[in-house]
Each structure stands twice: as C-alpha cells, then as structure tokens.
Design a protein around this ligand. Structure first.
Ligand code: FRU
Length: 446
C-alpha cells in the first residue's frame, strides 16, 4: 500500500516514534536537528536522541541514533535538551532519566563531540533541594558573558517553575535558584527556552497539566512571555501568549543560525493516547513529525513566526484573493497557498482535502478538523482584529497556517482516507465565488 501521508516539508522518523526536537545547532557546515526517538516501537517506553542533518535547511538526511541510554545516569531515557558550539566542539545538554524501583531520578548531563558523531558523556549533576525529580530539558545560551542553563522544573510542593544554572566553561554548573515561577506554569514546566532580542527577552515554556489521579498528561500547550532578565530572574511584562493556535504543536526549541536568525522547530503533536493509537502512519511503522523550521522575529511586542525564506523560495506559491473566481489546478508541486483578503470579503470558508475547514467570519477564525479516530469534528477558534492574509502550507499529512504574515500560526495533522481526497481545496466566499484547487499529491520529494 502506498504511503500517502509521507510529508515533504516536515521531518519524520524513518521508523518508530518521534517527539521533541532537541539539540538544534549549526556545526561544521551542517544544521543538526536531534530529536526524541523510540526507534524500537510506536510508544513512549524508550527514549534516545535520533538525528537529522542538512546543509541548506531544505534537504535533510536521517543519520540514525545519536545518543543512547547507556550510562547509569541515563539508562531509562535520554530526555530532551539543547546544543551549543564552543571552541569547535559540539556540546549536547540533556536530561538523563533513571527509574529504580519506580523512583525517578534526573541528571543534567553534557555530551561533547569533535566530529558530531562520537560523543563523550560526563556524569552530570543531580537536582537541587526544594525541587522534585521532574527536572529536565536543559536549554543553554550565552548571556552577559556567561553560560546560562534553564531547566524545566517542579517544586517539591508540585508547582511548575524554571530553574537557573550558570557556568564559565559549559562543564561546571552552579545552581542559581528559581529563574521564573508562576501559577500558569501549572504543575510542571517542560522545555523552557529564552530568546534575547536585546530590548527585551522572550521566555518560552510548555506548562504541563497533569491529571493528579492518573498522572497522564491531559492538556499541555506552549506559550511565550515578554520580559526582562534582571539579577538572575525573569521579570514578565506580558501575559502568557500562545505560540500556536492549532491542534498539534508542543515542546518547541530555538537556536541562532549563522545569519543570526532565531529558528524554531516544534513537535507537531498533541495527540491523545487514542489518537496516537489510531494514527494512520502507524501502519507504515512510524509516528509523528516536526513543524517546518520557522524564523522568530519580535515586532511591536509580538513574536512573529515566518516560514524560512529558504523554504518560501522553493515553493510554487498559489496566490489568490478572497473573491477570486472559480479555478481549478492540478499540480503536485503546489503545497503553499496564499489568500489575500479584500476588504469587502469578510466571510470565507476554505476546505482542505475534505478534512479540514477554515471559516472566517468577520473577526473570528474557526478551524475544524475531522478526527481520524471517529470522524467527529475538533474545533479551535481565534479572535482577529483584522484579516489580511492567510498562508497555508499543505503537506501530505500536516498543515501550517500563517495568519497576517505570521502574527498567529495554526498547526495540525490531517489524514485523508484516500488519495482522491488529497489536496482538494475549496474556497467559497459570501458572494459565492469559488476557488477549488486539486492537487493530487504525487511522489514524495524526499
Ligand atoms: C516533552 C517531554 C520532555 C521530556 C521528553 C521525553 O514532550 O515530556 O519534558 O524531556 O518529552 O520524551
């Protein structure tokens, strides 16, 4: 059976289950995207780091395993973390997860490589007092002539916080206390990140909401907060703002590329256990993908997300406006559509592949997706002050929608049952003008 879900613009593992992007970096002429990986199965029982590399952010190669759970401090999982290039060596910072007689213990560890292939691990350090063993996902950055490491954490009284460490040499780390605490970090904060835009800093976090009784994740999301780093603390000056308004986005990570851009990738899933269980790609031996790399820019106190120009340059963009006349296209190349809104068209419905509908009604945008579990409709809504442009990246089983040049973004997976339904786009305005685009998919470009 042909795999009609193989994405062209979204990184997916050759087999097994992928989750968070890890260790994003540029080292010796190559971009590195490590990722959480269970290469043995389609569940979360085993975690190592797998690796994709690229020289141009367009063509990627999966290199297989990169870090294995083979020491006493990481035997039950190489959990998420980040990377830094220093003195021509690649440093990976990650959490070693251990469980002995059901008791969790976390170690923050460093693995160093001269060639990006063989890594030498250090033993790492344990969790400071006052914090629980839900202490993970170290993100390292350079700030004010020091190395800083922020770690997602939880107090012993089960409040989400972000912990701070500092170092002069990337090897020896001192605990500097809680960097940020807030009720909205819920019971635990996963995958923190900090972006320095000079005038302001942006803190990214993924508060993890857990059902106290079953201890299974029930609803987690990723947010950003504007603020200032002052005296080893993050002082917020904004609310928590959603990084993505779609259905599948979590655990983002950023890095600075050689051009000085902040580039972010995220895990493109917030699937429930049942959704994961019934996800159609399981049939082909793999689960989940990452978002496309996005550039992050701070503008008018808003984090703007843009598809990378490298990707935009390769896309045959279909440009239409919201009162276009009916048209139909048949071209497997077309994966991106731009809809420019005319002032008089404020009601519009765009149906993608018969599975996903975007409804624009004056100042509200509704996203509806048919669930692959039971065909029920899942919905997300978004208040808009104005709508000028929608850019839709329609991959084989993943969609990213950039609203008003990336002021807001919606990411989601979709799984049409047959190839004939693939990429049929139907766009209808109040004036009953209609645009349909038929894109039959075709061979995967990877
Ligand atoms: C987020 C997360 C991280 C952890 C990793 C384990 O999705 O739970 O906090 O390090 O996944 O796979």
């Amino acid at each position: 059976m042909e795999n009609i879900y193989l994405n062209k613009l979204h990184l997916e593992p050759p087999k097994g289950l992928l989750n968070d992007p890890n260790g994003l970096s540029y080292f010796r002429g190559k971009y590195y995207v490590f990722h959480q990986w269970n290469r043995f199965g389609l569940n979360h029982s085993y975690k190592e780091w797998g690796l994709f590399t690229s020289t141009d952010l367009l063509e990627w190669k999966h290199e297989g395993s990169a870090l294995l759970p083979d020491t006493i401090e990481d035997k039950d999982g190489i959990y998420s973390g980040s990377a830094m290039v220093y003195k021509d060596q690649l440093y990976l910072f990650y959490t070693g997860n251990t469980k002995n007689n059901g008791i969790r213990k976390s170690f923050q560890k460093v693995a160093i490589s001269k060639d990006g292939i063989r890594f030498l691990k250090n033993p790492g350090f344990t969790t400071p007092s006052g914090l629980s063993e839900h202490h993970r996902d170290p993100k390292v950055f350079r700030y004010q002539d020091l190395w800083w490491m922020i770690v997602g954490s939880q107090t012993t009284s089960k409040k989400g916080v972000i912990a701070l460490y500092q170092s002069k040499n990337l090897m020896d780390w001192t605990y500097e206390g809680v960097f940020f605490a807030d009720e909205r970090l819920d019971q635990m904060c996963e995958c923190p990140d900090l972006l320095d835009f000079q005038s302001k800093q942006v803190l990214i976090c993924s508060p993890q909401k857990r059902d106290v009784v079953t201890d299974s994740a029930i609803s987690s999301y990723s947010a950003y907060i504007l603020g200032f780093v002052k005296a080893k603390k993050f002082e917020p000056i904004s609310n928590f703002m959603l990084l993505d308004y779609g259905l599948d986005f979590y655990a983002p990570q950023t890095f600075k590329d050689p051009k000085g851009r902040y580039i972010m990738l995220a895990w493109m899933s917030r699937m429930t256990d049942e959704e994961e269980e019934k996800c159609p790609t399981k049939h082909f031996g793999y689960l989940h993908c990452l978002t496309m790399p996005r550039e992050l820019i701070l503008k008018d106190d808003q984090l703007i997300q843009r598809p990378l120009e490298e990707i935009l340059n390769t896309q045959k963009l279909l440009k239409i406006d919201s009162n276009s006349k009916f048209s139909m296209m048949q071209n497997s190349e077309i994966l991106s559509i731009e809809i420019n809104f005319k002032e008089d068209v404020n009601h519009l419905s765009v149906i993608l592949a018969d599975e996903v509908e975007l409804i624009v009604d004056t100042s509200y945008l509704t996203l509806k997706r048919k669930s692959w579990v039971d065909d029920s409709v899942q919905e997300k809504g978004l208040e808009l002050t104005s709508l000028k442009k929608l850019e839709i990246f329609l991959d084989m089983s993943a969609i990213e929608i950039f609203i008003n040049d990336g002021q807001k973004v919606m990411s989601l997976r979709y799984f049409p049952k047959t190839i004939s339904k693939k990429h049929i786009i139907n766009c209808q305005s109040k004036h009953l003008t209609k645009v349909s685009i038929l894109n039959i998919g075709g061979k995967n470009g990877k």
